[in-house]
Design a protein around this ligand. Structure first.
Ligand code: C5P
Length: 236
């Protein structure tokens, strides 16, 4: 597989076409953003950590039979993905109250939710990714009723898998964000990344092992992400 022309440059990744139809070459970048891109910083080493972490997780998901875009890791910063048309939704699942959920509803961070809650956000930078409900998803023609049910169910199934995986590494999966995409035949599969950039992970002592270290200026992000990668590699 040969790397082709640059197709898209996002906040954290560059996507290239390849010599294979339907296959993308993805290069993870070192940029960290918060506040929907309003705060931007280069953090040397972040791209290679997220690429390696997300590759290990997607390999496990593929092995467990989940349908994902992940093909293989190419290098520390690059991977091959199946090309999909991304559904512009951030599908967030919460096991424990934190972040915008705590702020919006006045629930203390750390309060365990009786059942996981799935939320949708409309991926639109100009609108600041607004929180929306199922009816908005349908109004915006982002997914049909049946597809919405599938997205929620699949996200809960992925949560069961990820929660157990992180628990074995002594980390609590507080919440995470997924993105899904459509193959040319319309099948919806898991896409994007799963990393400490897109998940909240708390250690047993309550310390943050995720991007909140950057968002809240809690210390050195790289050493935290290195620890997460070490744990995943030790469990391989
Ligand atoms: O900020 P909030 O509490 O809504 O974030 C919920 C989860 O979704 C967190 O794990 C966060 O890392 C993730 N997220 C993300 N990308 C965004 C917003 C949130 O990965 N644009």
């Amino acid at each position: 597989t040969e790397k082709g022309e640059l197709l898209y440059e996002g906040k954290a990744k560059k996507l290239y076409k390849t010599s294979d139809e339907g296959v993308l070459w993805v290069a993870y970048q070192d940029q960290a953003t918060a506040l929907n891109g309003a705060r931007k910083e280069q953090i040397a080493g972040k791209g290679e950590l997220n690429n390696q972490i997300t590759s290990l997780i997607f390999e496990k998901l593929n092995q467990a039979g989940f349908e994902t875009h992940f093909i293989k890791m190419l290098s520390k910063t690059e991977q091959l993905n199946r090309e999909v048309e991304i559904i512009p939704l951030e599908v967030v699942l919460r096991n424990v109250a934190a972040g915008s959920f705590s702020k919006r509803l006045g629930i203390n961070e750390g309060e365990v939710l009786p059942e996981p809650i799935v939320e949708f956000y409309y991926k639109d930078d100009a609108l600041d990714d607004p929180f929306i409900n199922d009816e908005h998803v349908r109004f915006l023609n982002l997914a049909t009723e049946i597809e919405i049910e599938y997205l929620k169910k699949e996200t809960r199934r992925i949560n069961d898998f990820l929660k157990a995986m992180w628990a074995e590494l002594d980390l609590t999966l507080i919440d995470f964000k997924l993105e899904f995409g459509r193959l040319p035949d319309g099948q919806i599969i898991l896409a994007d990344e799963i990393s400490p950039d897109t998940s909240r992970l708390w250690a047993a002592d309550g310390s943050h092992m995720d991007k909140d270290v950057f968002r809240r200026n809690l210390g050195d992000l790289i050493s935290v992400y290195e620890k997460v990668l070490e744990k995943l590699e030790a469990a391989k």
